[in-house]
Design a protein around this ligand. Sequence first.
Ligand code: PLP
Length: 393
Amino acid sequence: MFKKDFPFFANSQTVYLDNGATTQKPKSVINSQIEYYEKYCANTHRSSFGDANKATTKYEESRKILKEFINASSKEEIIFTKGVTESINFIASSYAKKFKTVIISSLEHHSNIVPWHMQGRTLGAGLEVVNCDENLGFDFAHFEELLKNNPKSFVSVTHISNAFGIIHDIRRIIELAHKYESVVLIDGAQSLTHTHIDVQVLDVDFFAISGHKSFGPTGVGALYIKEKYLEEFDPYQTGGATIDKVDYAGSTLLPSPYKFEAGTQNIAGVIGFGEALKFISHVGYANIKTIEKDVYQYLDLKLSELPNIIFYNKIENSIASRSFNFKNISHDDIGILLDKMNIAVRVGHHCAQPIMNKLGIKGTIRVSLAFYNDYKDVDRLIESLKKALSMLE
Ligand SMILES: Cc1ncc(COP(=O)(O)O)c(C=O)c1O
């Protein structure tokens, strides 16, 4: 129903089921990129001629749109980055450095593991990992035990697992962490694609956002920083547009958000991200949820009918993604055959090697949906999977 808004679907025969990796872009987002480069390409927050002013206005409009979209209390709390990876690295190498212990979940993307390893934090030595149960659910009892033993920690947890679609109860995680005077960053890479986020209701301290997974351009994302932290730490990188005064003797920084956005930003990307958020609002999360839930249930039902399929979690605690294998068949081989049939899924470890290791597997076949996917896409996938299986058995 919404495919008509996405030029990709008019130009490609591919059944696109790799939305966990990146989403397609609506026409309005693509147009905003062309318009910026063709009609008012100029740098922001520097020059004062007409096009530069327009670029700055449009850039700042996106900040306002995102502020309202996630219900931040001020636009100073919104920092544009190049994505969730940068947002997490940013906090890991600045504010979170001072914490003795960082607590993550078992289901983290490498982007929320490696930055901590790079600081010399390893398991039991500055890094703790919350167990998951046999259905990959977050083990709250273990989390509380870790918090009790390590109060005043930094908790950095994904909202939705990209590898399995597991959705964490982040409200409960944040509440419990705060009870033990800990500070929480949520990796929201997969969040805005599927569900409404209200940072004030969540009472989250830091929230990392990906633009390209939320129908926006690549190379753009954001970091929400709760107001009370804005003055507490310095940026991890500085440069043009971050300073108030500089002399050889020293520099003074501008207030947030500018002190955190060093150098020329991805101006077109930020403007396009604003358009993507407008598009999501136009469709509405109520619509998105209904469509996704129906197609997701259909996907699960149809996959369950295939012989020798292995799932690692139930769909009750997950959203939009289904990860699986077939007994004695390589997921890589399935991926190669599906590609030949124009079905785009991801096979492999999905940048989540630790949980794959824990499950004793090398990877899975992951089908990840967005609201533009329909029953026909699922039918094409199932038909192709059946063909692939018959070739490999
Ligand atoms: C859960 C999760 N965290 C982090 C990332 C990295 O996000 P980005 O591409 O915006 O840097 C991804 C991307 O796949 C992800 O799924």
